[in-house]
Design a protein. Structure first.
Ligand code: SF4
Length: 741
């Protein structure tokens, strides 16, 4: 490694890098002096430290934060803009020379030593640092010197940003989508007429006129089965249904994707949300949807070699997973925390209503564990027995109280399969409750109090929300409530305000009427990260009866490079946009009760928005779902590569319980797959004014927000056992907490 580093040190920097360096030194004479006087990199490091440290110690809170003696949100919020820069520079120095495996580059070594790179550039014109690196340094030292101030937006600015984004409820958008539907249906009718498509359920009688066929097809459009059967599975059909509007470069990429075996599955309803021409009144509004459907070059290049992001999903028989839990050896249960585990059924729930290009489970699609072979995903005879066995895991676990059924997509399961799963959950919860009667206080097990279904179908295919489904959900809620299950959540995933269509809104209304609370998890892709986009989505969802739950940074490595919005932008969004939705403390108890009155969700949300005068309820947390550690946005920027890609060190989210096995867990290093410059360039390419994002450079520290009380578990009236079951490591019960939230 030593010689490799030496080789890199000899690389000459480019003309552009030289120009940026010159600017850096002109703006910071003290830095130039340190660099010119240092005889080697060590002296450079000491010189910069001696210059910066006194600036930090002027603010004792910031100094303690840097030394890890002050933690948490309150300490974080006391940091000044300059403190962020000073802490980052000192962290760079403390971590100088560290090497990291860069999983974006299949494990190539990344070395961070920015001070050395500047020193080499100043004295020898070498070090190989790229312009993106120097741009980042320029901004960093401006922040330190006070030349780069942060202008926080006011509410008018936020309003203006939000007003740029149309929703799917805008009458002009509704009309455009109707035109799209007509175009798509006419092509499908034509294909049926020509015999290109044959379907036992969806066909026309010979005697029908073209008009009658169209009216019949409009009826089909209301059925989810139609959309699943007629989902697009090839690039050519995709283009045809989009009025041949895709350009040849995109088509070439999509064909490559097809040849590589990346599944295509775009149902006609979802396809109708895409514009074939950019409407003047909603320029760029459908991009977050479009980027979910059209695969990126990076995804195509990486497919086949995608590495699993979730370490805790790797389950070996008899061995604890990365979070320390022992699991049944099948791949049906995933677990990270003490209170909750995920159940993935062997049913149609292994599919989705579409394939999101930045899917967190792309690795599972790659290995065929999740797929769109809908005919083959019918539950097998043995599933009933297996389901019971899997649920025994929940029944016999001391701390599990929350089950999340997902997939794929939980609502892709048929009504019959879903009803069966819910019934078995009810029976399991009842047995667990009864078994507790015999246990004394202090030895009792957690009883089931929350059931969740993970589904993106409210966005992908709202036609799935039928009266029959609503009846199943309502019946289950009624029955399960009588044995103490209190929280019934449908965890959905809307990505864009443009997905909130009249059909989606009606689906949400129906789900709420069954007494289930709908919460949203947004994935913060580049298009979704544009100023005001997430805020607008929060607003339209709130107004439709949905609560916001998480805003997730894009997971994964190079395959998701295109859609990845940097974590600095996630912090900026949290501090500068979502902050306007902060619910005053006095209303926290009001909101806590919302899930118990889910039937009145829309009215309750609207009332609270009116009383508080908030544009939306900022009940979601911006986080990254980390490999092995879970959700967190608690990080420090401890390094940067020659290419300007930042290296972040994440910590556990200290606001929630973790497996005792995680207490001593190392911090997690994430090397971002793009530099801030590249991200801003991408925003510019999609029409954004990068001046609006200027403060992004400075958000080098993150701190996970406190969870909204909405999502707290209700307390038990008895005392739980401090013992853990299904834990593959030994723990001293006296140091572990039995009560969890
Ligand atoms: S719905 Fe969820 S699981 Fe399915 S493809 Fe999209 S992100 Fe992945």
């Amino acid at each position: 490694m030593q010689s490799f580093t030496h080789e890199l040190d000899k690389i000459a920097i480019t003309v552009k890098s030289h120009m940026l360096l010159k600017e850096l030194l002109r703006e910071n004479p003290e830095l130039e002096e340190v660099m010119r006087n240092a005889r080697n990199e060590t002296e450079a490091l000491i010189g910069v430290r001696n210059w910066v440290m006194p600036m930090l110690t002027q603010n004792q809170n910031a100094y303690k934060f840097y030394k890890n003696e002050a933690h948490g949100r309150a300490a974080f919020e006391k940091l000044s803009w300059k403190d962020f820069a000073a802490i980052r520079i000192l962290d760079y120095i403390d971590n100088a020379g560290r090497q990291f495996d860069d999983l974006n580059l299949h494990g190539e070594k990344a070395i961070s030593n920015p001070v050395k790179l500047i020193w080499l550039a100043v004295n020898f014109g070498t070090g190989g640092a790229k312009p993106y690196f120097f741009k980042d340094m320029l901004q960093l030292f401006r922040q330190l010197s006070g030349n780069g101030q942060r202008d926080l937006p006011d509410s008018n600015q936020l309003e203006q940003w939000m007003s740029r984004w149309s929703t799917g409820l805008d009458p002009r958008i509704v009309k455009l989508r109707e035109e799209n539907r007509e175009r798509i249906l006419k092509i499908i009718i034509d294909k049926i007429d020509r015999g290109d498509i044959k379907d036992a359920k969806f066909f026309f009688k010979d005697s029908m006129s073209q008009e009658q066929k169209y009216l019949e097809a409009l009826e089909w459009w209301k059925s989810s089965l139609f959309h699943l059967r007629f989902a697009v599975r090839s690039p050519d059909l995709l283009n045809e249904l989009l009025g041949n509007s895709l350009d040849p470069d995109t088509m070439k990429l999509l064909k490559e994707a097809d040849e590589l075996g990346i599944p295509f599955f775009v149902n006609p309803y979802y396809l109708s949300l895409l514009h074939v021409r950019v409407p003047y009144f909603a320029i760029g509004a459908d991009l977050a949807i479009r980027h979910y459907v059209i695969y990126s070059k990076q995804l195509i290049e990486e497919y086949g070699n995608i590495v699993a992001w979730e370490k805790e999903d790797i389950v070996k028989p008899g061995k604890p997973n990365a979070a320390g839990w022992l699991l049944p050896s099948d791949h049906n249960i995933h677990r990270r925390y003490p209170e909750v585990a995920i159940l993935i059924p062997d049913t149609m729930g292994r599919a989705c209503g579409g394939l999101c290009s930045s899917c967190q489970r792309m690795y599972d699609f790659q290995r065929g564990n999740l797929n769109f072979k809908l005919d083959k995903l019918q539950p097998k005879e043995s599933w009933d027995e297996k389901l019971q066995r899997l649920l025994t895991y929940f029944e016999e676990d001391a701390h599990l109280r929350d089950i999340l059924i997902t997939g794929g997509d939980a609502l892709m399961s048929s009504d019959k399969s879903l009803e069966k799963i819910l019934e078995e959950i009810y029976q399991m919860a009842l047995r667990k409750k009864k078994a507790n009667e015999k246990r004394p206080d202090g030895e009792k097990y957690a009883e089931m109090i929350r059931v969740r279904l993970g589904s993106r179908l409210p966005a992908y295919l709202p036609q799935r929300i039928t009266p029959e489904l609503v009846a199943i959900l309502g019946k289950f809620k009624e029955k399960a409530s009588s044995i103490g299950i209190r929280q019934f959540f449908i965890q959905t995933h809307f990505e864009s305000p443009m997905e909130v269509t009249p059909d989606a809104k009606e689906g949400i209304r129906k789900l709420n009427s069954s007494g289930w609370t709908i919460t949203n998890q947004l994935v913060f892709t580049t298009a979704a990260s544009r100023r005001g986009h997430s805020a607008k989505l929060r607003k339209v969802l709130n107004e439709s009866g949905v609560l916001n739950y998480y805003t997730f940074s894009v997971k994964g490595y190079m395959e998701n490079n295109f859609n990845f919005a940097t974590n600095e932008r996630a912090v900026q969004e949290q501090m500068e946009e979502k902050a306007f939705g902060k619910i005053p403390d006095k209303y926290q108890d009001v909101i806590r009760n919302f899930p118990e009155e889910a039937e009145n969700m829309t009215e309750n949300i609207r009332d609270l928005m009116k009383k508080t005068q908030l544009p939306f309820l900022g009940t979601d947390r911006n986080v990254l779902n980390l490999p092995g550690v879970g959700k967190s946005l608690t990080f420090r920027t401890i390094g940067i590569t020659r290419y300007g890609r930042r290296i972040l060190e994440f910590e556990l989210d200290h606001t929630r319980n973790h497996s005792p096995a995680m207490e001593d867990m190392d911090k997690v290093i994430i090397i971002e797959s793009k530099s801030i410059s590249e991200y801003l360039q991408q925003l510019e390419d999609i029409g954004e004014d990068t001046g609006d994002y200027e403060s992004i450079w400075g958000y080098s520290i993150g701190e996970t927000e406190q969870r909204s009380p909405l999502y707290d578990y209700v307390d038990y009236e008895f005392e739980l056992t401090p013992e853990y079951s299904n834990l593959g490591v030994s723990v001293d019960p006296s140091t572990s907490s039995g009560q969890a939230n």
